[in-house]
Write a protein that binds this ligand. Sequence first.
Ligand SMILES: NC(=O)c1ccc[n+]([C@@H]2O[C@H](COP(=O)([O-])OP(=O)(O)OC[C@H]3O[C@@H](n4cnc5c(N)ncnc54)[C@H](OP(=O)(O)O)[C@@H]3O)[C@@H](O)[C@H]2O)c1
Length: 287
Amino acid sequence: MRNHLFFLSTDPHASPFDVNIALDSGFDVVIPYPMVTPENTESLTHDIIFSRGPKGTSRSGIFIGGSDVALTEKIAGTVRKSMFAPFTVSTFSDPKGAYTTAAALTAKTGKAAGGLKDKRAMILGGTGPVGSLTAVLCAREGAIVTIVTSRDQVAGDRVAAELEKNYSVKIGAASASTEDERLALMKKSDIAIAAVKAGVKLMSKEALEKIESPLLIADVNATPPYGFEGLEPNDDEKQISGHVRGIGALATGAIKHKVETGIFKSMLQQKITAGLDTAYELAKTLV
Ligand SMILES: NC(=O)c1ccc[n+]([C@@H]2O[C@H](COP(=O)([O-])OP(=O)(O)OC[C@H]3O[C@@H](n4cnc5c(N)ncnc54)[C@H](OP(=O)(O)O)[C@@H]3O)[C@@H](O)[C@H]2O)c1
C-alpha cells in the first residue's frame, strides 16, 4: 500500500515547497486540493478516511496549508473533528510554512541569546504569518515582545490584540517605517528579528554600526536584498558590527527544513496531530 498525503490548501495553489518536502520525506504521492473551505472540509475528510479501510489510515495523512493562518487552523480543527476511531489519520498544519519557520527561528534565536526569558525582542514584520507566530513563541518563552509594523500604530495594535486573544500571551506593538525609527527601537532591544516580506532591505550597515549595546539580529528573508545589510543567509551567530551579531535566513532555513521533514516522517510512523507546538518542540532539539 502506498503512502498518500492529501494536501488541503486555502490557496489557489498548494505550495510546491511543501509538496517537495513531503515527497522527499517518504510520501509516495501528494494530492493537492486547492481552495478548501471549512464548509467542504468534512466531506473531503470522510472521503479520505473511509476509502482505504482502517488499515489504510496509517498509510494516509492530511497536510493543511495556505496563506491564511486563522482559516488554516479552522480547517485543521474541522478535519480533526470529522474523524473517529478507527478511521483517523495523521494531520499536520503549517500555514504558509509559518509554524515550522517560526519554530526554527525562535529556537535558533533563543539558543543564540542564551534563553529568551526577560529579553526585549522586537519583531519587524510581526504582523505577518511568520512574524506573528514567532512573536507568540518568544512571548511563551518569557520574552518581552514588540511586533513592529511599517504601517500605523493602529495596524500593529490590532494584530497584537488578536495574538493576545488567540494565544493568551502578552505582546506589544510599535510602528516604524523609516530606518531611523527602526534604529531607535533596536537600540532599546536585546533581539531584533526580521520576518518581513521577501526582498526588503530594512537596515544599512552604517545604521547597524550605531548600535551601542549587545544586540542579536536574525533575518528569515533569503531573497536579495536581505533585511540587514552585512548579514548573509548562511551566517550563523556571526559578528556583524561592534555590538551586533546575527543569524541569516538559511541558518534558520536548514532547521525549518529538518523540522518539516521530521514531522512528515513521523506521520508515517505513528498517528500524530502536528502543528505549531509540535514544530517548536522538535526545533528546540535540533539547534
Ligand atoms: N528562511 C526560511 O526558512 C523561511 C521560510 C518561510 C518564509 N520565509 C520568509 O519569512 C518572511 C516572512 O514571511 P511571511 O509569509 O510572514 O511574509 P509576508 O506576509 O509576505 O510579510 C510579512 C510582513 O512584512 C511587512 N512588510 C511588507 N512590506 C514591507 C516593507 N516594505 N517594509 C517593512 N515591512 C514590510 C508586512 O507588515 P506591515 O505591513 O504590518 O509592516 C507583512 O505583514 C519572508 O521574507 C519569507 O520569504 C523564510
